[in-house]
Design a protein. Sequence first.
Length: 417
Amino acid sequence: MEIQQDLTQPHPMQRLLQGDVGSGKTIVACMAALQSIENGWQVALMAPTEILAEQHYRKMLTWLTPLNIQTAWLTGSQSKKEREAALSKIADGSAQFVVGTHALFQDAVKFKNLGLAIIDEQHRFGVHQRLALRQKGQPEPHQLMMSATPIPRTLSMSYYADLDVSVIDELPPGRTPIVTKLISDTRRDEVLQRVREACLQGNQAYWVCPLIEESEALQLTTANDTFALMQAEFPELKVGLIHGRMKPAEKQAVMAAFSAAELQLLVATTVIEVGVDVPNASLMVIEHAERMGLSQLHQLRGRVGRGATKSMCILLYQNKLSETARARLKVIYESNDGFQIAQADLHIRGPGELLGVRQSGVPMLKIADLERDVYLLEAAKAKADQLLQQYPQQVEQHLERWMSSAGDLVKVRYCDD
């Protein structure tokens, strides 16, 4: 109802749809898209990876084709002929729902009448990227951002600016809670045995690594090395490998094999962070968990627990943890709630710049504190709304004088880990 009402207002919607992994955000976004399309507008849905974008595209084809709504697909890996055909349909308005990756905000993309921009897993996009998509619509389109773990900058803006928030606080029936374990890398043999047992019992597992190949700067376990080690360690299992440097067709083939249970163990980089839905996968091991952010850990963990089988996520960490890394691991161990995790991340990382592009860190404030001074900020927001209603011209002049270079950045309303 909140989104439905926003779409009928004369001013553009700026709303965050918060819901944990698998809570039904895509269905809600589709309903919002239908409302916009019925009113004669185009809708764009931007996803951070081709795997996720293609998953959305196939879902939308299934849902929207029976309603005679034409859906287009735009990504960087398309052939020139496919891309030109998609661009033509977008420009003449025959493509009513457009799904794509970063390719959506390139200069060559011209929408006829973009009315709603949906950004999925928007914590994966930079501020300027989201601003570029917003500028594709004239007048300014409605914005619906979806995230399981808002980044500090947007979370703080949802508290202290005019970003509205809708929360889906339930999971679909049949989902089981995920058990999270923190295990030192010195106990790796125990983890390997647990993986073997899970796979031999008919379940599937992920083993996530932070790098594809060796790095001189970072002494971290790589996906290529781990894949070779797993093949040697588990000759009785079918082991697959997926990472971001593979061609789209190769990645699709690997994921199709894993989804069909032709592979029992999948060694992967964080390319599987979003857009992977394999209900039979019930175990995940994350290497060097101390190196990853809370949003990334929460998203990765959400790849398991998507079926009825009891699921587990094992966070392997190196000893001698920094204070920040220890705090992050404590949060992810104690909570499965995306919003609680985002609030903890706001406390750990700071809110960033509300009038800049920094997503986190110490805010540029001399005296005020965004957590301590909540009561003052709520009162200030009420006064600001009152001034906007009673003295709109004076407010516009004031904003132009003091914030002319930052206005667009404020409107981007970003959210991430």
